[in-house]
Design a protein around this ligand. Structure first.
Ligand code: ZN
Length: 244
């Protein structure tokens, strides 16, 4: 099976379409694994949900998905994210609300646990430090796990007697999945934050037991234009160009 792993699409249809086209150019897409935050920030929430649902998939919920449907308060969001969450909620049908509300916090499939933030705080924790990775691994019951939320592609590998080893993942990096327990973040599709504006995703090849990271250019100007035309905060368009 060739499984495409996506996280933090954030209503950016141009980025999501580019990722799927790039993934399809490398072989069949047997399944999508989505690590949450399909919506929030950009201007195409309904189209991104529809595109996700076109594929056989497994998806967990993210904090922006919950905020858009009113199941998570936005008091802890920055004002632009809160404004985008309210806008998103108004631009989804009752059925789309229902779909986002139905997504679980955590899923186990094959040898992977999937969660948006971390196993400690599924919808909130930014898993970015070795300490946080250690706590997460303590709670992880499968060999591998996949997280999103920080929009930063990385791998954290468990180490006996010391903190996990964290490393950034770059375009074309291939992880051989073996005995080592690890955590992978495939980066953000719709709003990368590692300084590289290209959409980020990964492919899990279950026959070869590899995870490969990919970066893909997309029509960033079009996504920016839609954000501005929707009346969303202009900074949400600007930041796409910086990858922040
Ligand atoms: Zn996110």
């Amino acid at each position: 099976m060739r499984i495409v792993v996506v996280a933090d699409i954030h209503s950016n249809l141009e980025a999501f379409e580019a990722v799927l086209a790039h993934a399809a150019s490398g072989g069949p897409i047997d399944r999508l694994w989505c690590l949450g935050d399909v919506v929030g920030y950009a201007a195409d929430p309904a189209a991104c949900i529809a595109l996700l649902r076109r594929y056989p998939r497994t998806a967990v919920v993210g904090n922006h998905d919950l905020a858009a449907v009113g199941e998570l308060g936005t008091g802890d969001f920055n004002p632009m994210a809160a404004r985008a969450a309210a806008w998103t909620g108004e631009h989804l049908s009752a059925e789309e609300h229902q779909y986002l509300s139905s997504l679980p916090f955590l899923v186990v499939e094959e040898d992977f646990t999937m969660v948006h933030g971390s196993l400690r705080w599924p919808e909130w924790e930014y898993l970015l430090s070795a300490d946080a990775a250690a706590e997460h691994l303590r709670l992880q019951e499968t060999p591998y796990s996949l997280v999103g939320h920080s929009h930063i592609p990385f791998v954290a590998v468990e180490r006996d007697g010391s903190l996990p080893a964290m490393a950034a993942l770059r375009d074309g990096d291939v992880l051989e999945l073996g005995e080592e327990r690890l955590i992978v973040n495939p980066g953000g599709v719709g709003q990368p934050r590692d300084g590289d504006p290209r959409a980020s995703y990964a492919v899990f090849d279950s026959d070869a037991c590899t995870l490969t990271l990919h970066r893909v250019e997309y029509d960033l100007e079009k996504a920016q234009r839609k954000i501005r035309e929707a009346g969303l905060p202009p900074y949400l368009a600007e930041r796409l160009a910086y990858g922040r």
